[in-house]
Design a binder for this molecule. Structure first.
Ligand code: ZN
Ligand code: ZN
Ligand code: ZN
Ligand code: ZN
Length: 435
């Protein structure tokens, strides 16, 4: 793996913001819900394509909804002076149900990056913040692609009456009309605050703040088999010494493992799920875990994704690495009703990205133009690893998301567990640091 020494795990938490302007592009936010804060406001992904670089759901073809984004600049990479990773999903729970049965995929991860000098944001942070007065801000607005009033994705269509409101799709135009544009359309200034009904068309908006997870001994519970075996032998020998057991035990058929609780004997429970719950309980409101190049915290020992099965970067062909995972707590935050069998649901969502942070144009010069395709079926991924195909028609590169469901054993547990809504002010020590 071409990843340097690991940074500590950062946990992400949802926080209310008083002023939503802090969640817009010039502030380079990490955020949940609302509109995406596009890092490159000019070359946005298509909402009409279900290819790897498009934001149409491959099943229902509707534009996917913005779920969250992380601002993750890379210190030693001039091309990634700014870097954001975006996650989108179809809001139709039925699509996700069909997806898990058929191997289709109703999530999308896109990566975007900019050097320090770019057409959109000033070199100085202050240049960006004085949005309306600065030349920089006017330039950025002039270069920006129109975005949908409802979802904030690319909005090539516009309201036929006022010509101001833009939409990604007819569906969002109709929704917006019913949510208040009917009245606002004739308002000459066009500056109308969104109605509550309009806001409800998007996922609820939060800032995503991060803080390092407190490290405890044994947290890296991922020893390889050899190390685990060695450790068990050492424990065994220590136990023998302590309790003056006879190593040459006469009990026939007794394996070393059988003398210990917690050895690798087959058990009824999903041990992985128990470990997951235990680890998460320490910071029970975490909605995200970030560790680029690290290892994910699996929610179940069923249906884990082997590192070699993660598809390679479509742009440069490098093996993608784990970057972050979205936790089931986010469903609570978003107000997704888990009792509705047809709602959005996941165990944990694992996001894998290109460790090179390659730029879109690098590959497009050498590869023929054809639509980018992310393998629809996870099982078919290995076969397509060999030759990267191009890639994107926007400034946003597709990355890979793996959705791990809770095993049946775990899910019984999860249903029994009390699902608690987050308390915005419960954590006093949150910081605004990017992961
Ligand atoms: Zn869909
Ligand atoms: Zn839209
Ligand atoms: Zn209108
Ligand atoms: Zn790459």
């Amino acid at each position: 793996m071409s990843v340097p020494a690991l940074e500590p795990i950062e946990l992400g938490f949802a926080e209310q913001v008083d002023n939503p302007v802090f969640l817009t592009s010039p502030y380079f936010p990490s955020k949940i819900g609302g509109h995406p804060a596009w890092l490159n406001p000019q070359h946005l992904p298509s909402t009409e394509s279900a290819a790897a670089d498009g934001l149409a759901c491959p099943l229902c073809t509707k534009p996917m909804a913005f779920l969250l984004q992380l601002y993750t600049p890379v210190d030693d990479s001039p091309a990634c002076f700014h870097r954001s990773v975006y996650v989108f999903c179809c809001r139709n729970g039925g699509c996700h149900k069909t997806a898990s049965a058929t191997g289709a995929h109703c999530f999308k991860v896109l990566r975007c990056q900019l050097p320090r000098e770019n057409p959109y944001f000033g070199v100085d942070a202050n240049d960006n913040v004085e949005l309306d007065s600065s030349v920089q801000g006017q330039r950025r607005v002039a270069l920006s692609a129109p975005t949908c009033a409802v979802c904030g994705n690319l909005g090539p269509k516009k309201c036929g009456q006022c010509g101001r409101a833009r939409y990604c799709s007819r569906e969002h135009q109709v929704a917006h009309w019913g949510a208040g544009h009917k009245q606002a359309c004739s308002n000459a200034s066009g500056n109308v605050a969104p109605t509550a009904k309009e806001v409800a068309l998007r996922f609820p908006e939060f800032e995503l703040v991060t803080e390092p997870e407190e490290v405890r001994p044994g947290d890296d519970g991922d020893e390889d088999d050899e190390a685990a075996e060695k450790r068990r032998m050492q424990e065994f020998e220590a136990a023998v010494k302590d309790f003056k057991l006879d190593v040459q035990t006469e009990e026939e058929g007794k394996d070393v493992d059988d003398l210990f609780d917690g050895s690798d004997t087959v058990q009824e429970e999903d041990e992985c799920f128990e470990a997951f719950q235990k680890r998460v309980a320490r910071d029970s409101e975490q909605v995200l875990r970030y560790q680029k190049g690290g290892k994910p915290l699996w929610i179940s020992d069923v249906a884990q994704c082997a590192p070699g099965a993660v598809p390679r970067c479509l742009n440069c062909g490098t093996q993608r690495v784990f970057e972050f995972q979205i936790m089931p707590q986010l469903l609570w935050i978003l107000g997704v009703d888990n009792l509705d069998g047809n709602s959005l649901d996941w165990g944990t969502l694992l996001v894998y990205t290109c460790p090179n942070d390659c730029n879109p144009q690098e590959a497009s010069a050498t590869t023929p133009a054809q639509p980018a395709t992310e393998p629809a079926s996870f099982a078919s991924v290995a076969a397509t690893n060999a030759k990267p195909v191009p890639v994107t028609s926007s400034a946003y590169l597709p990355e890979f998301l793996y959705s791990q469901q809770v095993s049946e054993k775990g899910s019984i547990d999860l249903q029994q567990r009390e699902r608690r809504a987050p308390q915005p002010d419960a954590r006093p020590e949150a910081t605004n640091a990017s992961p």
